[in-house]
Design a protein around this ligand. Structure first.
Ligand code: ADE
Length: 281
């Protein structure tokens, strides 16, 4: 029975993916149920407190994993976060590995994306007379990536393996790729593959948020002699490494809450970037 209002802006959010539906060690202090012009977000937004900092947490697939990747209400998720003051998003995702050296349970901080969604997901806020175009050459926020990399590197002696760049291929799903597609993505230079970083990252850019995905490999998709990807495999490796995932996210949140990062988390550098005159509530 948490309060359903919270009167201070919350700048930092975590969007949790498969296997990361909550963060321990944080005290829940409010649970918000905003309704946006794009409907309600996938889950209530939990406001968590840790060392005096407030963090918003949203479960991308819903509290009961009821939204398949193509059903995630991405516009509502991003609009709801922005509405409560969020300017900085750490998104977590389980991914398949397209490269030998990225092993199950390794972490990747991607710096590029290839869009293989099929245009069936609502993918923009700019429509219906609200016209805008945003640059997306670098889909993630370099300042945020630097913080994540530093945190992961400081955990490297501790069972955390980090790949500090890479290209994430975002496919439509819910079916996994064919073997031919998997080989094609490798030939394109893909490092990892998932079903959820887009349109989330595009919408975050349109909403002038700084955004970085932290990926954790759970399988070798189906190009490798390793077992072909299946849901049990994804959950097995996610579960095996969830403590490291939570420690990494926790360490990133601790860092971001430091005063030296106040410009980064208020996304001053993205302010006015989209200039679409959007209203998020
Ligand atoms: N998520 C985790 N593993 C995946 C894979 N191999 N393909 C697409 N999404 C994934």
């Amino acid at each position: 029975n948490l309060p359903t209002t919270f009167d201070k802006p919350v700048h930092i959010a975590v969007i949790g993916g498969t296997g990361l539906a909550q963060l321990e060690g944080y005290e829940p202090i409010a649970e918000l149920n905003p309704i946006t012009p794009w409907g309600p977000p996938a889950s209530p937004i939990r406001i968590l407190s840790h060392n005096g900092a407030n963090i918003a947490f949203l479960a991308r697939h819903g509290l009961y994993h009821q939204y398949a990747p193509h059903e995630v209400p991405n516009r509502a998720n991003i609009a709801a976060l922005r509405h409560i003051g969020v300017r900085c998003v750490i998104a977590f995702s389980a991914v398949g590995s397209l490269q030998e050296e990225i092993k199950p349970m390794d972490f990747v901080v991607p710096d590029q994306v290839i869009d293989r969604t099929k245009g069936i997901r609502p993918f923009t806020f700019f429509e219906g007379g609200v016209v805008g175009h945003v640059g997306f050459a670098d889909p993630f926020d370099a300042g945020l990536a630097a913080v994540v990399k530093r945190c992961a590197q400081s955990m490297e002696g501790d069972g955390v393996v980090l790949h500090d760049k890479g290209t994430v291929v975002v496919m439509e799903g819910p079916q996994f790729s064919t073997r031919a597609e998997s080989h094609m993505y490798r030939s394109w230079g893909g490092s990892v593959i998932n079903m959820s970083t887009l349109p989330e990252a595009k919408l975050a850019r349109e909403a002038e948020l700084s955004y970085q995905v932290i990926a954790m490999a759970t399988d070798y998709d189906c190009w490798h002699s390793f077992e072909d990807v299946n849901v049990e495999l994804v959950l097995k490796y996610m579960k095996a490494n969830v403590n490291n995932a939570k420690r990494l996210v926790g360490s990133v949140l601790d860092q971001l809450s430091q005063r030296e990062h106040s410009d980064l988390i208020t996304a001053k550098h993205w302010e006015g970037y989209a200039q679409g005159g959007l209203k998020f509530m």
